[in-house]
Design a binder for this molecule. Structure first.
Ligand code: AP5
Length: 217
């Protein structure tokens, strides 16, 4: 399956991506994770992306599109993939459509995770991420057994630099202006599937898997 997850910051894209990709046995490709890895290892790509990410702005398309194209060409993405955080605006969606058409394929479905802004702020202000395995936690909603330690791998948990309240509000504005138009873009294509992303994490995964069932080939 070739699947895109779309939704505002904090909608739970990364959380659901890890479970849905695992259920479908496809790689999860998260542009945010790839950028953060490059920032933490100090690569040229990371240096190009850092200032944009810290402000909560989108990294320029020419940087992002090149990075995603290279990732989609890797062998594990040939039979399907889950994209988390890409495309993020209509120009990126148009490039992706063209790229897949050149490879004689197309997206099967775009899953929109629907939550309101207050819930987003609650979720992001308590988010913690494992430095080692990338697992996402929340201090109240999904706490690890020991504070700041990942239950899965024992890695150290950290708070993202862009999870300060002012930056969160700016990311929500950027989402409304630049990413929200994708909803109409994919609705016109007939491949948009909206999903209520409130409630317990496992219930949302279950709802998503039921909704995606008819796209599995
Ligand atoms: P990115 O990492 O993609 O950030 P985002 O879209 O803002 O999304 P988040 O990762 O903040 O949220 P999420 O929806 O994944 O939520 P999560 O599952 O973590 O991008 C970061 C930056 O990189 C961008 O600002 C930009 O600069 C750059 N970038 C990335 N892609 C780009 C692109 N294509 N073009 C240009 N620039 C790009 O959940 C959040 C919290 O809520 C967690 O603590 C979790 O435990 C908790 N939670 C999840 N589900 C639930 C639930 N059901 N109930 C209660 N709590 C929950």
């Amino acid at each position: 399956m070739r699947l895109v997850l779309v939704g505002p910051p904090g909608a739970g894209k990364g959380t659901q991506a890890q479970f849905i990709a695992s259920h479908l046995s496809i790689p999860k490709i998260s542009t945010g994770d790839i950028f953060r890895y490059n920032v933490s290892t100090g690569t040229e790509l990371g240096q190009q992306a850092k200032a944009y990410m810290d402000r909560g702005d989108l990294v320029p398309d020419e940087v992002t599109i090149g990075m995603v194209t290279a990732r989609l060409l890797e062998p594990d993405a040939q039979a399907g993939f889950l994209l988390d955080g890409f495309p993020r605006n209509v120009p990126q969606a148009e490039v992706l459509r063209k790229l897949l058409a050149d490879w004689d394929t197309r997206l099967d479905v775009v899953l929109e995770l629907v939550v309101d802004d207050d819930e987003v702020v609650r979720r992001l202000s308590g988010r913690r991420t494992c430095r080692q395995c990338g697992r996402i936690w929340h201090v109240l909603f999904e706490p690890p057994s020991k504070a700041d330690i990942c239950d899965d791998c024992g890695g150290e948990l950290f708070q993202r630099d862009d999870d300060r309240e002012q930056t969160i509000r700016h990311r929500l504005d950027v989402y409304a202006e630049q990413t929200q138009p994708l909803i109409a873009f994919y609705a016109d294509d007939g491949i948009l599937l909206g999903l209520d992303a409130t409630g317990p994490v496992e219930e949302i995964t279950e709802r998503a898997m039921i909704a995606l069932r008819r796209f599995i080939r």
